[in-house]
Design a protein. Structure first.
Length: 111
């Protein structure tokens, strides 16, 4: 294998690793975000877990962050829970930071 082939393979592996890492961070972030909303709308235990996993699924099917934010805003409004878009987006950022710390911390230590 030539040096070029080895570099190409290394770049492909790095790309796959980065994509996997991003996927895991977004999934964790959305679960935390979903649990936050679930508790605000009065869901606990298994119901809260199911709700949070449905938020994770929303991202997995490719709808993206904007669709997740809009869905959670609607869910909060439907439950008559006051929340501004700014508040919801701020929570999304906080959970993104927390998920990054959790996932990258696990990855760094090999667990």
């Amino acid at each position: 294998m030539s040096g070029f082939d080895e570099r190409e393979k290394a770049f492909e592996q790095e790309f796959l690793h980065d994509r996997d890492l991003h996927f895991r961070i977004v999934a964790r972030r959305n679960k935390l975000f979903g649990l936050w909303v679930a508790h605000r709308i009065g869901l606990w235990g298994d119901a809260a877990e199911r709700y949070a996993l449905s938020v994770v699924d929303s991202e997995i099917v490719g709808r993206g962050d904007e669709a997740v934010v809009q869905r959670l805003l609607r869910d909060l409004a439907n439950a008559a829970v006051p929340a501004t878009e700014q508040e919801v987006r701020a929570q999304l950022e906080l959970f993104d930071e927390k998920a990054r710390t959790e996932i990258i911390g696990k990855t760094s230590y090999g667990t």
